[in-house]
Every structure is written in C-alpha cells, then in structure tokens.
Design a binder for this molecule. Sequence first.
Ligand code: G4P
Length: 190
Amino acid sequence: MELLKQRILKDGKIIGNDILKVDSFLNHQMDVQLFNEMGKEFYRLFAYKKITKILTIESSGIGIACIAAQYFNVPVVFAKKTEARNLDSEAYLSEVYSFTKDKTYIIRVSKNYINSKDTVLIIDDFLANGKAALGLAEIADQAGACLGGVGIAIEKGFQEGGKILREKGINLKSLAIVNSMQDGEISFAE
Ligand code: G4P
C-alpha cells in the first residue's frame, strides 16, 4: 500500500538492525486518517471471505482493527495478555513467545466471543517472527472458527513470520513488507 510505504519512509526510524519505530503514526500516536485508508485496503483484500469477526491482540492491534471493522461491519475481539482468573475457565488460551521481549506469555479470548460459525480475520500492526499471529490463529482453531486470513500493517520480511504463515497455507496479506533496513535505508518488497 503506497500511502503506508511513503509514511514509513517519511516518519519511520530505524533502531539498531531490526526495529522500525513508527510510534509517531502507528502504535503510540495514531494517524486515524491513515488507519482509515488501511481499513479500506483490508476490506478490499478480504471482503470476499465473508468475515464475521476481527481478532487482534492488545494493545497496538486494537486501533487498526477497530477502524477496519467499520468497513466489514463486524465486531472486534482482542486477545488479552494479562491474567484474569474469572476469565480463564471460559477462555481459549494460547502461548506466545516474544523474541523482542524474550518471554512467553499466555493470550486469552473468552469463549463467548468466537465460535464455530465465525470466519475470523486476524489483524495486527507488526509481523516479525509470527508468534502472536500464530497464537491468534490457534485460538480461532480452538473455537472451531474458519480463518479467513491475516492482515498485517507492516511485515518485516527479513524475519521469519511471513514465511512460516505462508508455508502453513494461511492467507496472509501485509500492507507494507520491509525487506531490509541496511545503512539507514528502508527497502520494500514489491
Ligand atoms: P511476533 O509476534 O511476530 O513473533 O513478534 P515479536 O514477539 O518479536 O514482537 C513482540 C512485540 O514487538 C509486538 O508488540 C510487535 O508488534 C512488536 N514489534 C516487533 N517488531 C517491531 C518493530 O520493528 N517495530 C515496532 N515498533 N514494534 C515491533 P507487543 O509486545 O505485542 O506490544 P504492543 O505494542 O502490541 O502492546
């Protein structure tokens, strides 16, 4: 998506070798007009799947998912990362390992909000190693729901998440795929 790529080039900051800081428009301050265009694009890419629910994970996925949901006209469910004892007996759980933070956490979604009649679209801001997306896909699977696809704002093509998801046959679409961030230069996949 050209608009997102141009914004990454204009306002993205490279930290070290592999972190792209986009918190001026994506995951701290949020440019809602840009999100709106991203939502339209996700709708264009996934509308044919007859999505009934958008599934994301707290916190940065939520804003993007909510704006996209207005096009699909479906609810957003977000996986929680924190323990809630009263939720756990009635929840789908999945383990997610974060390479960035070097820790494993459990994500949870109440059984009330996804079921076998749903076709789920997973939306998130970043795809790095793919663990969060795979955890969400596992939750959709536990619910017996159909996975309509995974929509990502920024995929880091030099990390393995995209390859793993595509090899599993998951219908993955990323609005911008960053292939390298060498010497302060960001380059995208076509
Ligand atoms: P994975 O889910 O794809 O395996 O990724 P990983 O564990 O490595 O990433 C953990 C967190 O770091 C995620 O946010 C992810 O969105 C974020 N992240 C990964 N790479 C980048 C990057 O290059 N730039 C930025 N800005 N974020 C990145 P999280 O811990 O779930 O936090 P939240 O912001 O959603 O609350």
